[in-house]
Design a protein around this ligand. Sequence first.
Ligand SMILES: [Zn+2]
Length: 217
Amino acid sequence: MFKVILKLLLCDGFLGDVQKIKFCQWCGGTTKHDIPDGEERLRAICTTCGKIAYQNPKMVVGCLIEHDNKVLLCKRKIEPSYGLWTLPAGYLEIGESAMEGAIRETREEANADVEVISPFVQLDIPLIGQTYIIFLAKLKKPHFSPGPESSECKLFSLDEIPFSSLSFSSMVVTLNLYVEDMKAGRKPKFHYGTINKRPGTSPSDIDAFTLEDHMQS
Ligand SMILES: [Zn+2]
């Protein structure tokens, strides 16, 4: 009975993701979806070898590059959010630190070599299982150009940032916090916050969220 109640309480999004796992990644056997003994969450469990496919949040890392009182943005040439502006960022790979990943993503998306100055923001998005870490960085040389995933890379002054054409809520929050810090005439702080997206909304619906638990150093 306890398990049944738990299943009913789980949110649709999470349930849907677990149920997408139909086959075992180790032996190829079919999975069943159940709550393992001693646990509280629905998991995909292999009916052949018994292994459990645990799913955990992914980390996205990137750079907010300052240059001549402007910030560097890239226009996405890939889905999702094709044609919208983003900070250079992407999934952290196994074997690299968050800082190394942010530098690599910047090289890939903007052909830019950067030096990291400091961590700027950590944003958790629980509903979709993502955590963003964005670093402040500066160009080692004043060169950048679009990489394969970008159609354009451009420096924007604070007043020119295209807030209505940004790719993700994480980018809206990051750039808003940065503009607030700069316009207050202070050195950028380190921020933490949680982006709570409304269930069922598109990643590109940049107004469909609230920022909660905002803390700053
Ligand atoms: Zn298996």
